[in-house]
Ligand binder design. Structure first.
Ligand code: FAD
Ligand code: SIN
Length: 537
């Protein structure tokens, strides 16, 4: 198959970009691939909302920029922060034009929420299911464009580069080029090649590397692993954001339900088992301090008291007020016997967001030619060492737009002549592989990886734990590569392989960062270094 614009991922970044290139280039073919159902994305689960300066009487770009820089703990790229905050407002207006509905006051103004690290009320939301609403609006708009084909249940295995044409590629090779991807079509169980002029990776996050995460099962870091294998640049992977308040449900593993930070924005209070509102001991901003601080405080309270969770107290809310903003959370809590008007909600931190990722420039270009990245899989420089709440949906739209602008300029200069044309790309080689004999080899390694990442590379780290994690990952890597060599590819095996790569990148970056900054806290280096550096692998 040959397409003009290839998009991997059907979350907010992929869909926004696809809509824009398709509209601007009606004669070009746009193909979106996604490994699950089209709406099964991190985007769909976003609750709190999207940050944007919509109320210029009380808020300003400068304040949003300042809040983002403070949360990022000295590591944000200020130019990128300015770009996202200033251009974000137009992107929000666009998605509203495409049909997304955000809650409004009776006078027609947007109802704006507040979350940790924000100095003003600036979060647009659709009740507590903002992402679902945005995903719905985008998919509806996509369905109306005849030059877009969205193919679900297509698992992208690898990006195609000169390596597949028989050339030796190393990290120091200049001008690595992307010609498209190999995909496992899950409907036919066949591996196909898709050749494209321009490819965008919008593959989302990697929360599934940890045992407890707010991310759905698709969040396995595939894009990052693919780019690393292709010798592209990956940055700042140590900055894994743990959301302070995932619902604590004993026995639930895989995806933990989120209790949005907007609940604390509306007045929810964190309490320990003794009923103490402990956040005032840790930060003067109390429950609305940036996420890294709140997650570490909860982790500390759990360790001091030997408990597996703390509580979020909403008993002082009126039922009407709570259910108006948070109907889904109310329903979920009730379904497990928690009436938020009488009971406190048990919560604990869970892996939530990857601040680092595929290194991109201000146009979403990766270090590989004709390959762009946007959304959670990209490292644009916006988040620095800790993402400000609700800046992620905003960043995804701003960089999808910037990548679109650059890609439509580029496409007319491109032909596949560099690869000798479409036919020069060989078919996938599956010689010598057999159907997997035992799934246990995959599932057990997956369990081991999640456990070691949660135990050794969680909210608080030290050198010994990182060393142990590294050793264990080495073994898992060796065993998984051996299995991969002789086994026919399956999504489970490929995801395991990708997650082990991502786990290795997190540990490596964590080892290189010999300081504590933002989300990376190492007790052997408890202070910030004077030197501001990004870790690039
Ligand atoms: P995603 O939406 O995750 O989409 C990734 C896509 O890539 C999927 O379609 C997936 O199938 C596809 N894919 C991945 N690998 C492959 C492969 N190998 N082959 C084919 N397809 C592949 N951010 C905010 O700003 N505000 C919020 O309120 C907020 N709340 C959140 C709540 C939760 C519970 C979670 C999990 C996240 C939240 N976030 C929030 C973060 C935000 O939702 C995500 O960062 C953002 O939606 C990521 O969008 P994306 O387009 O980059 O990726
Ligand atoms: C939340 O609703 O608390 C999540 C917001 C975010 O991750 O930005």
């Amino acid at each position: 198959m040959k397409t003009d614009f290839l998009v991997i991922g059907s979350g907010i970044a992929g869909l926004t970009y696809a809509l824009k290139v398709a509209e601007d280039c009606p004669d070009k073919k746009v193909t979106i691939l996604t490994k699950a159902q089209s709406d099964e994305t991190n985007t769909k689960y976003a609750q709190g909302g999207i940050a944007g300066v919509m109320d210029s009487d009380n808020d300003s770009f400068e304040k949003h920029i300042e809040d983002t820089l403070i949360a990022g703990d000295g590591l944000c790229n200020k130019e990128v922060v300015e770009i996202v905050v200033r251009e974000g407002v137009d992107r929000i207006k666009e998605i509203i034009e495409w049909g997304a509905r955000f809650d409004k006051e009776p006078d027609g103004d947007f109802k704006l929420g507040k979350e940790g690290g924000h100095s003003e009320f600036r979060i647009l939301h659709h009740k507590d299911v903002t992402g679902k609403e945005m995903e719905r609006a985008l998919l509806t708009a996509i369905a109306k464009r005849s030059n877009i084909e969205l193919i679900s249940h297509c698992f992208v295995l690898d990006i195609i580069t000169q390596h597949h044409l028989g050339y030796l590629i190393t990290k120091s090779t200049l001008d690595i080029e992307c010609y498209g991807v190999y995909v496992l079509n899950l409907s036919t169980n066949k591996i196909e090649k898709i050749v494209a002029d321009i490819t965008l990776l919008a593959t989302g996050g990697n929360g599934q590397v940890y045992r407890t995460t707010t991310n759905p099962s698709i969040a396995t870091g595939d894009g990052v692993a693919m780019v690393y294998r292709a010798k592209g640049r990956i940055e700042n992977m140590e900055f894994i954001q743990f959301h302070p308040t995932a619902l604590y449900e004993p026995g639930v593993r895989g995806q933990n339900f989120l209790i949005t930070e907007a609940v604390r924005g509306d007045g929810g209070i964190l309490r320990n088992h003794a009923g103490e509102a402990f956040m005032e001991k840790y930060d003067e901003r109390k429950d609305l301090a940036p996420r890294d601080i709140v997650a570490r405080a909860i982790d500390n309270e759990m360790k001091i008291n030997g408990t597996e969770h703390v509580y979020l107290d909403c008993r002082h809310f009126s039922k009407e007020k709570f259910t108006e903003h948070f109907p889904n959370i109310y329903k979920k809590c009730l379904s497990i016997g928690i009436d938020i008007t009488k009971d406190m909600i048990p919560v604990s931190p869970a892996a939530h967001y990857s601040c680092g990722g595929i290194k991109t420039d201000e146009h979403g270009r990766t270090s590989i030619k004709n390959l762009y990245a946007a959304g959670e899989c990209a490292s644009t420089g916006l988040h620095g060492a800790n993402r400000l709440a609700s800046n992620s949906l905003l960043e995804a739209m701003v960089f999808a737009h910037r990548a679109y602008k650059d890609a439509v300029k580029e496409i007319n200069h491109l032909s596949l002549s560099h690869s000798g044309g479409e036919n020069a790309v060989p078919d996938w080689k599956a010689d010598g592989t057999n159907a997997p004999k035992e799934m246990i080899l995959i599932t057990q390694s997956l369990k081991e990886m999640k456990l070691l990442m949660s135990d050794y590379v969680g909210i608080v780290r030290n050198n010994e734990r990182l060393k142990r994690a590294n050793r264990r990952l080495d073994l898992l890597h060796e065993e998984t590569e051996a299995l991969y060599e002789k086994t026919a590819v399956s999504p489970q095996l490929c995801e395991l392989r990708n997650m082990i790569t991502v786990a290795y990148l997190i540990v490596k970056c964590a080892e290189f960062r010999q300081e504590s900054r933002g989300l990376h806290y190492n007790t052997d280096y408890p202070f910030k270094s004077e030197k501001i550096q990004n870790i690039v692998l």
